[in-house]
Design a binder for this molecule. Structure first.
Ligand code: HEC
Length: 155
């Protein structure tokens, strides 16, 4: 059993956010100790990924990447997004966090749970199908809906 330590941030998100639903789990505790990608910068302002981001993958997810994007139940991947500050040599504030967690109950979204959070970890109540899966399906239906690959973790 994985243990999630319920932090104050998560508790307040559970009690007060209209976006809370059973399908939006708290952010996995301790994901900063997972395997981290290199720093990625997107300077195209029209892109959803405008800014600086880092991917984090847990052990199972890393095995999935190494198997050529075939992920086992429970694999988790988190992405943190930071604003670009000035000349982009330093990360600006953390503004968004997203999670994918392999969960076979999520049949409508390719067997993955998709969830978005604000920078302080509150669930943002986005529609996992319209706001997330449709794009992942378009980009990576042949890669288990995961767009990045093991190469992104070579630093
Ligand atoms: C317009 C397309 C698009 C939408 C919409 C989108 N993503 Fe992504 N997502 C991407 C791209 C492109 C990457 C790869 C980023 C990289 O390589 O650094 C990605 C990467 C990810 C990753 C890392 C694993 C992977 O697939 O590479 C997670 C987790 C993720 N997105 C979750 C979400 C969630 C949750 C939502 C909805 C709140 C969402 N995404 C919406 C395009 C999208």
């Amino acid at each position: 059993m994985k243990k999630y330590v319920i932090s104050f941030v998560v508790l307040s998100a559970m009690c007060c956010s209209a976006g809370w639903a059973a399908s939006e789990p708290p952010l996995p505790k301790g994901y900063h100790s997972w395997q981290k990608s290199g720093r990625k910068i997107v300077t195209d302002k029209s892109s959803l990924f405008y800014g600086i981001h880092y991917l984090y993958a847990d052990k199972k997810a890393m095995q999935g990447y190494q198997a050529g994007n075939k992920f086992r139940e429970g694999s988790r991947i988190v992405v943190e997004f930071f604003n670009i500050k000035g000349n982009s040599s330093a990360d600006g504030p953390l503004n968004m966090i997203v999670l994918m967690q392999k969960d076979k109950r999520q049949k409508g979204t390719g067997g993955w749970l998709f969830a978005g959070y604000s920078g302080d970890g509150r669930p943002s109540g986005l529609d996992p199908l319209k706001n997330c899966f449709e794009c992942h399906q378009k980009e990576a239906s042949h890669k288990d809906y995961v767009i990045s690959t093991s190469k992104d973790f070579v630093r």
